[in-house]
Design a protein around this ligand. Structure first.
Ligand SMILES: [Mn+2]
Length: 240
């Protein structure tokens, strides 16, 4: 029997966005449950302040993942918004945390899976900030701060990021082709699947295809489905 794999990214689930959370829950209960494995390529959550804090805010999502995991193997890599997802989250949801890039092989076809922000090397300011924020020492210090301080710092960083983005060009915030080629040279027979840029599209490069996942809105999501071939899926509230 042919196995089925689903790949999604950039849901950016927020605690107050109940519509999007419902769309994701329905996707899990009706579509992902029919798959053998589900890969979530980062930014499932809009913000993650540490397992000890954020699990409490996302009880519905934690529960739906745990239920889904009984039928479907779930692999999650972190994005730039939820890079603090940790072992307690993995334990409570029964999901498997994976590092990027992740090499997936299905029916003799290889796919490199990654969130995609590390490919946006034209955005020097972003890459600099990322190397500081995602440094193990910074993470350790942040996770040991109290709730209020973590919420405050996170809100301030978000404001700064929104401000910074207003002055960045469309091109700067997309992937850099040389960086993409550099990554794919290590995987000469693979195709690439990533998210982060929110620019759903398929690009044919020299020697490989790059499938970009789109972000989810409150009433529409998207996925890549791989069984005997690769298909794009549209997830909407109208689908049963
Ligand atoms: Mn992202």
């Amino acid at each position: 029997m042919m196995s089925k794999t689903l790949i999604i990214a950039d849901l950016h689930l927020a605690t107050d966005e109940t519509d999007k959370t419902h769309l994701f829950i329905r996707f899990c209960q009706e579509q992902a449950v029919m798959a053998d494995q589900l890969f979530i390529l980062g930014d499932l959550f809009n913000v993650w302040l540490g397992d000890d804090l954020s699990i409490n805010y996302y009880q519905k999502v934690v529960l739906v993942l745990k239920t889904l995991s009984l039928k479907t193997k779930i692999f999650i890599m972190t994005g730039n918004r939820d890079f603090l997802l940790g072992d307690e989250f993995a334990k409570q949801t029964n999901c498997i945390l994976i590092d990027a890039p992740y090499l997936l092989e299905i029916n003799n076809q290889q796919y490199v899976l990654t969130h995609g922000d590390e490919l946006c090397t034209d955005d020097k300011g972003y890459q600099r900030l990322k190397s500081v924020l995602q440094h193990p020492i910074t993470k350790f210090i942040f996770l040991n701060l109290g709730t209020k301080l973590r919420l405050k710092i996170s809100a301030q960083l978000r404001q700064k990021s929104i401000k910074a983005q207003q002055h960045k060009s469309y091109e700067i915030m997309d992937v850099n082709t040389a960086t993409v080629n550099q990554l794919m040279q290590k995987y000469p027979s693979a195709n690439l699947i990533h998210g982060h840029t929110h620019r759903l599209d398929t690009h044919v490069h020299d020697g490989f295809t790059r499938y970009v996942l789109g972000n989810w809105s409150n009433n529409q999501g998207n996925a890549v489905e791989i069984n005997h071939q690769l298909n794009r899926l549209e997830i909407s509230t109208a689908v049963n």
